[in-house]
Design a protein. Structure first.
Length: 142
């Protein structure tokens, strides 16, 4: 497959345990087939504690999101269909190019890291909420 941005050949690389991605050496972009991003989400191996604390301020990401939304649509490297820009998950502020036909996604350089931080953050948010919930239950029965 060729890079949808600059036409360079994508190279197959192992990402974390057993996930294979196609990466562009020119621009650092990354192609993920259907389901691969979900696999990465489930297997976040890195400790992103430091990055969590150093997440760019909300305004910076909002600006970045607007910039990406204004960029031209890319064509899917796999099936040639025009891809659609979508915010990855509610309020993630991360725009990914998605192919509606083969359901793969294209990530620009740095977006996979941003997504991993987002996954980690949603996980720790969920843990906090659970703690709060059970905490209040315990208080109730005391
Ligand atoms: Zn490229
Ligand atoms: Zn496609």
């Amino acid at each position: 497959m060729d890079c949808p941005k600059d036409g360079a050949k994508l190279q197959t690389k192992a990402y974390e345990s057993d996930i294979e991605v196609d990466q562009c050496a020119e621009c650092g972009g990354m192609w993920l087939d259907e389901g691969e991003l979900e696999k990465i989400q489930k297997s976040t191996e890195h400790d992103y504690g430091d990055e969590l604390r150093e997440m760019p301020p909300f305004a910076t990401r909002a600006y970045e999101m607007a910039r990406q939304q204004a960029a031209a649509d890319l064509c899917c490297p796999k099936c040639g269909q025009e891809m659609t820009k979508k915010e990855y998950a509610y309020a993630s502020q991360i725009i990914v190019d998605t192919c509606l036909s083969c359901r793969g996604v294209w990530l620009d350089r740095g977006e996979i890291e941003a997504l991993e931080v987002f996954f980690e953050r949603s996980k720790s948010n969920a843990a906090e909420i659970r703690k709060g919930f059970f905490g209040s239950l315990l208080g109730f029965f005391r």
